[in-house]
Design a protein around this ligand. Structure first.
Ligand code: ADP
Ligand code: MG
Length: 347
């Protein structure tokens, strides 16, 4: 298999894109986004936030209420799905069960009237490319989940798209296979040099895959950026809570985020030494072993709590730190964090 170095992908831009299904709130509400060619973009957000609708408008499977979709700066908003230079790969792959892998891959060429020898030759070449050539005559039911994913990929690629659109492609897989398959998707994206737009509700999946993550909520984009940017600098309370791994603390100075792995746990000191801006007194309310980390649940109480609206925090302690000084339910502790680990959040 040859490795492509030059990008075969196209940039995708959405400008003022909206979708109104009925009189209520828009499913997608005036979003703007530019996805670099040859990059891996994940649309992430809770169920119902408008991810699939956005993807379907890019694919041409859903009409837009207003706004534009551009592929390599060409306006494709009103083009039929087949003429856009995009292709969709669906959850659970949606292969035809009664057709062989080869006929599944060749299917769209058959619809276009391409002759049998030519469509079979092209389908076989693509199956070879995804290391499935030797299983071309098998039906989907005779293939593993991973093999089916490769057939689905080959089927999507037969139309020579510049962008591949994937709607929760891994959701139907068991957790072990899901992690294997996401590594494979990432590898194919790099080798093919195509632009991938992948919808997921899993923060972990998006962080593992994306060059650019787009966090959506209620039809709008809350934040777009690299996984590192979004995880370390969540813009607001929603992103911090949705991404997880952060404590959202309402201090007298305003709402702040502090990562759960940036809080240190100490035995309680005399009250006067507690710096109200960077520490809190709390009681251990939960101890959860997570392998390399122990997750402590902490309840803030008393006068300190009155100054801080937040009652519950979490701290990730490296297993060795916890082993050196185990904490148990009901222990009173002081939590400290450094000024540089405080991140201001918009509400
Ligand atoms: P997500 O993929 O993020 O879970 P969707 O894009 O599927 O969200 O849906 C966004 C919103 O639009 C939801 O409130 C959903 O109920 C609504 N919606 C989606 N498709 C339709 C439709 N065909 N008709 C009416 N409402 C729809
Ligand atoms: Mg969806």
């Amino acid at each position: 298999m040859s490795v492509t170095t030059e990008s075969q992908g196209a940039s995708i831009e959405v400008v003022g894109l909206s979708k109104l299904f009925d009189a209520g709130k828009p499913a997608v509400d005036n979003i703007n986004l530019r996805i670099a060619k040859g990059s891996y973009c994940c649309l992430l957000g809770p169920s119902g936030c408008g991810k699939s609708t956005t993807l379907r408008m890019i694919a041409g499977h859903e009409s837009v209420s207003s706004g534009d979709v551009l592929l390599d700066n060409r306006n494709i908003t009103d083009l039929p799905a087949a003429d856009r230079g995009t292709a969709m790969m669906f959850q659970s792959f949606a292969l035809f069960p009664h057709l062989s892998a080869l006929d599944n891959v060749a299917f769209s060429l058959k619809m276009k009237g391409v002759t049998k020898p030519e469509r079979h030759a092209r389908a076989q070449a693509l199956l070879d490319r995804v290391a499935m050539g030797h299983l071309a005559q098998r039906k989907p039911g005779e293939l593993s989940g991973g093999q089916q994913q490769r057939v689905a990929l080959a089927r999507a690629l037969i139309t020579q798209p510049k962008a591949l659109l994937l709607d929760e492609p891994l959701s139907a897989l068991d957790p072990f296979l899901r992690i294997q398959m996401r590594a494979e998707l990432r590898r194919w994206q790099k080798e093919l040099g195509l632009t991938f737009i992948h919808v997921t509700h899993s923060q972990e999946e998006a962080m593992a895959l994306a060059d650019t993550m787009v966090v959506m909520n209620h039809g709008v984009i809350e934040q777009a950026g690299s996984p590192h940017q979004i995880y370390n600098y969540p813009k607001n309370e929603f992103v911090a809570r949705f991404m997880g791994g952060h404590n959202v603390i309402d201090t007298p100075q305003g709402l702040i985020g502090v990562r759960t792995d940036r809080i240190r746990v100490h035995n309680p000191a005399p009250d006067a030494s507690l710096d109200a801006q960077h520490s809190l007194r709390a009681v251990v309310s939960d101890v959860e072993y997570q392998g390399s980390y122990v997750l402590l649940g902490l309840h803030v109480h008393g006068a300190v709590r009155d100054a801080h609206a937040t009652a519950d925090l979490s701290v990730m302690l490296p297993e060795a730190d916890f082993a050196a000084q185990p904490r148990t339910l009901g222990d009173t502790v002081d939590l400290h964090w450094a000024a540089q680990d405080v991140h201001a959040l918009a509400t």
